[in-house]
Design a protein. Sequence first.
Length: 615
Amino acid sequence: MPILLQITLVLAIALLLVPLCKRLNIPSTLGYILTGIIAGSGYFQITNMPELQLQFTQISIFLLLFWLGLQLRPERLTRMSPTIWIMTAILSSVSTLIFAGMIHFILGQSFRASFAIGLAASFSATTLVIQHLNKQDQLATTHGQNSYSILMIQALLSIPFIALIPLLSGIPSTEHGVAYFAVILATFTGLFLSNRYVFQPLYQWIAKSGSHELHIIVALFVTLGLLLLMSVIGVHVYLAALFAGVLLADSDFRPAIESSIKPFLGLFIGLCFISLGLYIDLKDVLQNSLFITLGVLALFSVKFAISLALSRFYQQTWRNSSLLAASLAQAGELSFVLLMIATFEGVIDRALLSPLLLIVVISMLLTPIIYWLLDRQILPRLDRHNHLLATFDTDSSAHISTPILLIGFGRFGQMIARILRQQQQSFSVMDSTIEATHLLAQYDIPFYQADATEPDTLVQAGIRSTDTVIVAIDDIEDSMLIVRHLTWNYPDINIWVRARDRHHAELLQDLGIQHIWRETYHSALNLTEHVLSHLGLETEQAKTAIQRFQAHDNDLLKVQQSSSSIDQARSDHSVLAELAHLFEQDQVLHPIKSDTRALTDRDHNPIDVIRDDLS
């Protein structure tokens, strides 16, 4: 089959599978892996040129390592807490020893092969995990940030590990291990110091030229120069790509390089995972099904248990610890890199490569499923059951109730909580997604991780003895369920509600809610008041203008509840149609006059006004 036809068919498969994965809310890396598996499978015979496949793999690994190196900014690594460094070191070393021992004693592999496989299994999937946490909006959470930090440190640890693989192969240039690592250490130290103190002025001079194509030329110059240097001193060439990224990450040139390669970032990652799939033969699933199944179970269980134990040891919550463990329990792209290098160097038998890569791929395919089960199904039930049972007792529930119950502990709710605590008000917090038990317990604030849409949880939280409920969640449907339940069953409770938008406010008004705070409404009013003052109105005039508009808008909101025109706008799902109606109604509100010309003379140039005022 011609080369161009093979490449075209591989791209066609990727164009089908990757969008499908995104539609199913699955990380796109899995789509690229499946593309490689289908293209490289013996059943389809799409790619049948081993030499081309090898070159494709080497290029993709090179690009991936360069991108990983670019993420290893020294200032980012130095800001990581010692706890994260210790956790990563223990996770990597313990899992390496366990997996190496299993391979050596169960499969009878040599010490060198067992150790190389153990090293590969200790790494987790950097790209997959970051993509998945991003899709779940959990990268900024505690477990998300810890996972990201551990993955970055693992990428840094890959430098000595990649250098170690040729040493295991016993080639002549690496017979003297101490001298070999001394050369690597001296080379990298010299490159780092030269990059910091010699090449920085060169980077700055190039950046001032304003030629954007020079950004890529600088990256190519550094990478090819390191390739030449590594080949001269006998170090593996893949380290050149990784360390080139590290050197550029430590320079002022990094933003320019990142912006230049950003359009191709997805291509870099996609090529690597396609090449991973190309080395997997589906026939091995049947021939080595027991080995692959036991390998996936061992990989997940060992790394999950170690990560969970470490996180709990450092006093993370059960939820954060479990999700952190699920994020790190699989193997990843660095595992693929180490296995390929070990195979190229003759450390691992080529017949063992495909089953090992299948274990890597299946562990990655299972990660989103296991994470979803933990995050959405298992942990919410366990947290709600265990937390409520541990916190509440039918005889003591009245003693822990507070006059204020804050439902929702996101950005909006956290600001309310800070002010209430600053004013020494007694309140409790309920949220179904954020685990803040230990944080709020330090300040004697009761926290209930439970779903407020379930009536039983409100009863257990002491709703019967609560005077005020603040509903600060952003989900409109859940907000309406909670408010509707409270107004029907607890009519004497004061209810204050955060409204997402105008339509949400109208629905709340229909329920008779008096205290409604629209999400961006007051911020917009406050900003406009300052703008009017800047444009020439006196402070009191600006305040009066805002107060008049607020009263007018509240009256208009009440009128709109029975307005057929707005109902029509809603049925058309047109925000602009509603805005056009509001503009028409706003014309009845005349502007407050000012003595300054900035607001009275519409044809006057504002720059001329400023110039006249200065004169």
